[in-house]
Structure formats: structure tokens, C-alpha cells
Design a protein around this ligand. Structure first.
Ligand SMILES: Cc1cc2nc3c(=O)[nH]c(=O)nc-3n(C[C@H](O)[C@H](O)[C@H](O)COP(=O)(O)OP(=O)(O)OC[C@H]3O[C@@H](n4cnc5c(N)ncnc54)[C@H](O)[C@@H]3O)c2cc1C
Ligand code: SF4
Length: 437
């Protein structure tokens, strides 16, 4: 039984950024698809969903079949329809982009088909015949959920070890609420777990409450889907003042509970990646009048997606480029941030310090990597604290597989889903005596 989220959550103030199709709109859009052979949109999807096939099924009124096509490739297809950066994946590769015609809104069509399946309570997949094997999965995020579901289809029993009380990983605690709220992610987790045979051990931090070696002895194989670690801090005076938060920590707090920002007139977000862009919009949406991002490089060098920053600006977010905080100042609580201007090589320019008022500072300069938890396990290689794996998620240590952010260094939900599933299939081959690991 999953822990229920509090009904009153600060994230509830956010609307639905992309909105949903009516049946008529979905039909019109589906009928625009050219059903390309060798479709580039499929190649752009890490889970290789048969996009023209699911769109054709919408066009012919076979909504259940459409959802089945999606979930067969990606069991997290409902959340991916909402959170995927489709502009740089499937939609970005639609052939219409080369014809001066708006591309097919694949994400919105996927959302239309998968939402209808959830509403009807459709179930598509049953567990396979019991193999008597058991697999432990460390972490309860998208990577492990995708792996566990696939392993159940193949007949293996699964146990998920998750340190939090909620499952879904960053899909529940991190993605922007205008894309998807936490309860929708938890609903998806429940839907995935309904396949049965996946035991949950929440509140268990592997590496602290139980060792990896102990789990290896207990199970026939182990999948590691730990994700990334806590927000990286900034080593400047005042970093421990109240009101200074890691961005991912802040997002989790307001997504899962209440977070009063009364009296906060200015939020300053440090960073230029996608988390920085999300959180600068989120602070604005939570009611902070001035929400500003501070990025050390030039606007065109920002690592965050262009389309996301364009949307943030429309909502009133602002930015200071080529600057870096040198101190957070205030009496017990942050009140001001001292910044310095940077030159084009990101070196501080002497005598250019200036001060900006801010009662909320959000550090979005990266998350630590948890791969080091596996340091010392014979056969496991770490590269900048990422767990090195082959294309099947095999770590090099017998029976040990990994996927998602802890192995790819931090990508998207759809990558975690694809890697979890690939590992599940490799684990199945390993357990049935085929050559692999
Ligand atoms: C702020 C933010 C916004 C994002 N927005 C998007 C988006 O809009 N679209 C998108 O596609 N992607 C987005 N991402 C990225 C996406 O969320 C991740 O790529 C994806 O969730 C990775 O899945 P995962 O299963 O590898 O890891 P996670 O989702 O991080 O899940 C890992 C799980 O492991 C648990 N865990 C960690 N250590 C232990 C331990 N020692 N023992 C037991 N359990 C442990 C964690 O509690 C967590 O539940 C976002 C990321 C962030 C930070
Ligand atoms: S590339 Fe565009 S038009 Fe072609 S199948 Fe994919 S969505 Fe349809």
C-alpha cells in the first residue's frame, strides 16, 4: 500500500501548461499524421513507441488499442506524455518540420490515448508464469518501475527498496507541477504495481539500512535505479542562511506539502539548466512577484531547453547573465545576494560587484551523483560517480544491473524507462542461462 499524499499541496495552484485535447481535436490532429514508413519520430523516442501506429488507432477510433501500443513500449507512457521534452524528441523530428507545417503534437495525442485508458481502468498486461526467481530493485523511480514491470511480465518476482515513503522518484517529487502533479505520478505508480508480485519496502535506504551485498545474497539479480543525489551547494558566505535552498529540495517540499512564501518579493535562482528554468517559473507561479535566474554564461550558452526558457519569459521570469553570487547576506535569513559580473571566459571582473534583494535563493547548479555508494564493489566501474554500464545496463559484476540517472548522469524520464526495461530483459537472459553477466 502506497503512502497517500496530503490533499492540500502548494503545487495545486498551478494550472495545466499544455492542456488536453477534446476528442474532436485529437481526431483532427491524428488525421494529419502521414504515417511515415521508417518514421523519424519513432527513432527519436528512447522507448521506440510505434508512434504512427498509435496515432492511426486514434484516427480509427481504437483508443484502447492505441494505449496498448504506447504502454507495450513504455509503461510510463502516461507520465511521459506530460513530461517528455517532445520538442527535442519525437515532435522535433516529425517530418512536417521540414515542410513549413506545424509538427504533429505527438505528446498531446499520447496523453489523450493514455488518459482515456486510465479513466476506463484498462489493464493490458498480466504477470508471466512464475520463474521462482527474485530480483531486488534499489530505488522506486521511473527506471526501477519500468524494470520491475517488465520483469513481472517475464514471470520474475520483484522487491523495490525505496528510501522515501512515496514512489515515482523525481516524477513524483521533481517534475514541474504545470506538467504533472505528484498525485498523478502516484496514480501511475499504483497502476504499474497492479500487475501484482512487486513487493514494496519503503523507508529503506540501501547502503545505510541494508548493504548492496546483503541484497545480492537475498536476490537472484539486483537492479540499481538510485537516481541522483542531493542538490550541490555553493561554497560562499551565507550559504546556510534560512531561505537558501537546493532547487530540487525546494521543489519536493512544495510538491508534496505546503510551502508559504508570504512576504517573499524576490526569488533568485542560481543556474541555467532545466531545473533552474523550472524553478524560476515555479517561484513565480507560487506568487513571488520577481523571480530571476542568475546564469554565469551568455544567454545562447544556457544548457536549459530554449523552448522552456521562452515559456518562462512569457510568464514573467527574468534573468541576469554573466554573473555569479559571491555572498548571501542577511540576519539569520537571506535578504540580499552579492553578485559579481563575469567576462566571456566566466572570470570575475574586478570592481563589478552589485547587490540584489532576495528573500528566497534557489541553487540549481546540479545534483551530486550517488554512484559512489557502489564504490568498492568488485567489478563495478565508476566514471565521475556514474555507474558505468553496457547497453544492457550490465555493470560488469555478476547479476548487477543499473539504469536511469545514476548510470546516464541525469537525462529524462523516458530514458530511465527505456534503460530500466532494457536491463529487465538482460536480467531475464542472465537468469535463463544465456551468456550475459
Ligand atoms: C527538478 C527536475 C525536473 C525534471 N523535469 C523533468 C521533466 O519535465 N521531464 C523529464 O522527462 N524529466 C525530468 N527530469 C528528469 C527525470 O525526473 C529523471 O531523469 C528521472 O526521474 C530519472 O529516473 P530514475 O529512476 O533514474 O531516478 P529518480 O527519479 O531520481 O528515482 C530514484 C529513486 O531512488 C531512491 N533512492 C535514492 N537513493 C536510495 C537508496 N540509497 N536506497 C533506496 N532508495 C534510494 C530515491 O528516493 C528515488 O525515489 C527532472 C529532474 C529534475 C531534478
Ligand atoms: S514523423 Fe510526423 S507525420 Fe510522420 S509518422 Fe511521425 S508524427 Fe506522423
Amino acid at each position: 500500500m502506497l503512502k497517500k499524499l496530503p490533499v492540500a499541496r502548494a503545487e495545486s495552484v498551478f494550472g495545466d501548461f499544455k492542456g488536453e485535447y477534446t476528442p474532436e481535436q485529437a481526431l483532427v490532429e491524428a488525421n494529419r499524421c502521414l504515417y511515415c514508413s521508417d518514421a523519424p519520430c519513432i527513432k527519436a523516442c528512447p522507448t521506440q513507441i510505434e508512434i504512427p501506429e498509435f496515432i492511426r488507432k486514434i484516427a480509427t477510433g481504437n483508443l484502447r488499442g492505441s494505449a496498448r501500443t504506447i504502454f507495450d513500449a513504455n509503461i510510463l507512457g502516461m507520465s511521459c506524455a506530460r513530461v517528455c521534452p517532445v520538442e527535442v524528441l519525437c515532435v522535433g523530428d516529425c517530418v512536417y518540420n521540414h515542410m513549413g507545417v506545424p509538427p504533429i503534437q505527438i505528446g498531446k495525442l499520447q496523453r489523450f490515448a493514455t488518459d482515456r485508458a486510465f479513466e476506463r481502468g484498462d489493464r493490458f498486461f498480466a504477470a508471466g508464469a512464475d520463474t521462482g526467481k527474485s530480483i531486488g530493485l534499489v530505488g522506486g523511480g521511473p527506471a526501477s518501475l519500468a524494470a520491475a514491470h517488465e520483469l513481472r511480465r517475464l514471470g520474475h518476482r520483484c522487491t523495490i527498496y525505496e528510501k522515501r515513503e512515496v514512489l515515482g522518484g523525481l516524477n513524483t517529487t521533481g517534475v514541474a507541477p504545470y506538467k504533472m502533479k505528484a498525485d498523478r505520478s502516484v496514480e501511475e505508480v499504483e497502476w504499474i504495481l497492479a500487475i501484482g508480485g512487486i513487493e514494496l519496502r519503503t523507508g529503506v535506504e540501501v547502503g545505510k539500512d541494508v548493504t548492496f551485498e546483503a541484497l545480492e545474497k537475498q536476490h537472484d539479480a539486483l537492479f540499481i535505479g538510485l537516481g541522483l543525489g542531493p542538490d550541490t551547494s555553493l561554497d560562499v558566505p551565507g550559504k546556510d542562511l534560512a531561505g537558501v535552498y537546493g532547487a530540487v529540495d525546494f521543489i519536493e517540499r512544495f510538491k508534496l506539502g505546503q510551502f508559504a512564501l508570504d512576504g517573499t518579493t524576490t526569488a533568485l535562482v542560481i543556474g541555467g539548466g532545466n531545473t533552474a528554468i523550472d524553478v524560476v517559473r515555479e517561484a513565480k507561479g507560487l506568487g513571488v512577484p520577481v523571480s530571476t535566474m542568475v546564469y554565469r554564461g551568455q544567454p545562447d550558452k544556457m544548457p536549459g531547453y530554449r523552448h522552456e526558457w521562452a515559456a518562462a519569459k512569457v510568464e514573467g521570469a527574468t534573468a541576469i547573465f554573466q554573473a555569479l553570487p559571491v555572498a548571501f547576506e542577511g540576519n539569520g535569513r537571506v535578504e540580499r545576494v552579492k553578485l559579481v559580473r563575469l567576462d566571456e571566459t566566466k572570470k570575475p571582473l574586478a570592481g563589478t560587484e552589485f547587490v540584489v534583494e532576495a528573500q528566497l535563493v534557489l541553487l540549481a547548479i546540479g545534483q551530486s551523483k550517488l554512484g559512489q555508494l557502489l564504490a568498492g564493489l568488485a567489478g563495478v566501474t565508476l566514471e565521475r560517480d556514474r555507474i558505468v554500464v553496457d547497453e544492457h545496463g550490465f555493470t560488469g559484476r555478476k547479476g548487477l544491473y543499473a539504469g536511469g540517472d545514476c548510470a546516464n548522469g541525469g537525462k529524462e524520464v523516458v530514458n530511465a524507462a527505456a534503460e530500466g526495461k532494457a536491463s529487465a530483459r538482460a536480467i531475464d537472459r542472465f537468469l535463463s542461462g544465456e551468456a550475459h553477466g
